[in-house]
Design a protein around this ligand. Structure first.
Ligand SMILES: [Zn+2]
Length: 355
């Protein structure tokens, strides 16, 4: 018989599902802001999966996916190993519906998890690392774009230690995959040029694979995001042997797909970056996401407050779009369908057939 799994104040015996909190931080009032967690310890031994949502406090779809998975789709009798669900990873951001922590405007996914006595958001990140992320054999990290016409996709950032595992996670989840290759020349190490030991970077350095999934329409729950998230996650759990059976064949159906070698096609998709603008005003998207757009085609028009057309924003490269963004609000894009100079018009990616 395997032992109880302990996460925060939760202790889950084999064959049980338990809920509780990872200790977080205290507000000026002394009120505690803790991180909710549900732990499902399977009857059989096996690996540990972390289902991790709402690192960004206004990205809600993954919260519903983790709820559905841990309470409805997974049973302690069927799981081999442990599933840890964190439905709201940054409660400081969530409580104010902001992207980052409202207290210090930091991102719990981009701070140093080794600063256990550091600033407020670093303490949240350290607690997540210590209690959950460091124990995982696979992490599914759920995010959302704001615009309802965004593309469902996933990002992988392989390192030497994690490449094989993130590739099979991507194949199992089965949606449009964008690969970021950011390997530093001085040898294996955490992803990211500055090598800050964030949750992702420290995890990658320790061989913990992470699949980052992007749903759409982040502020309001929708059935398609729930289905895509549940189907994909079940397949990842099958691929990593927490559930019996094989992942279903091929990419997920009924959502737009830009194929690559992980999803029934060839080559890879790579992030190109943000398309930006010069003029401020109202933002009019002009292209669907997930369909080919040639270099020089108009991706958006901008109309000033008098109603005059002032700019056509052009596609900088042959490629695809994953999400229109828009003006900054609370230090992130997507507040409204408006734009300031140098704003975030749309995210673009390219496809390389020969890699
Ligand atoms: Zn996000």
């Amino acid at each position: 018989m395997s032992d109880a799994v302990k996460v925060g104040d939760v202790s889950a015996e084999p064959g049980t599902r338990e809920q509780g909190y990872i200790e977080g931080v205290e507000l000026t009032t002394g009120d505690s802001i803790n991180i909710p967690v549900v732990v499902l310890n399977g009857s059989k031994e096996g690996p540990t999966a972390l289902l991790f949502s709402t690192q960004h406090g206004k990205e809600l779809q993954g919260t519903a996916v983790t709820h559905e998975m841990i309470h409805e789709r997974l049973s302690p009798d069927e799981v081999a190993g442990t599933v840890i669900a964190i439905p709201v990873a940054n409660p400081l951001a969530f409580m104010h519906a902001t992207y980052r922590s409202w207290i210090d405007n930091r991102d719990v996914g981009y701070v140093n998890v080794e600063n256990t006595e550091g600033n407020t958001t670093e303490r949240l990140a350290s607690a997540i690392w210590e209690n959950a992320w460091s124990k995982a054999d696979i992490v599914v990290n759920y995010h959302c774009n704001d615009h309802p016409d965004s593309l469902y996709f996933q990002i992988i950032e392989p390192t030497e230690e994690t490449e094989a595992d993130v590739e099979r996670a991507a194949e199992a989840f089965g949606i449009t995959t964008v690969r970021k290759d950011n390997i530093v020349e001085s040898g294996p190490g955490p992803i990211g040029a500055d090598r800050v030991p964030t949750l992702s970077n420290k995890g990658a350095a320790e061989g913990i694979p992470e699949l980052m999934v992007e749903f759409i329409n982040g502020r309001y729950l929708d059935e398609t995001s729930l289905r895509v998230g549940v189907d994909g996650t079940l397949n990842v759990l099958r691929e990593f042997d927490l559930l019996e059976g094989e992942p279903s064949e091929g990419p997920q159906e009924d959502i737009t797909l830009v194929p690559c070698q992980y999803t029934g096609g060839h080559g890879v998709n790579r992030a190109h970056g943000m398309v930006r603008n010069d003029s401020g005003g109202i933002l009019y998207p002009r292209q669907p996401t997930g369909e080919f757009v040639a270099e020089g085609e108009t991706v958006a028009d901008i109309v000033d407050l008098h109603g005059n057309h002032v700019e056509s924003v052009k596609m900088p490269v042959d490629g695809y779009l994953w999400a229109y963004a828009g003006s900054q609000q609370f230090a992130t894009s997507g507040g409204m369908q408006t734009i300031e100079s140098g704003g975030k018009v749309v995210y673009a990616f390219t496809h390389e057939e020969n890699v």
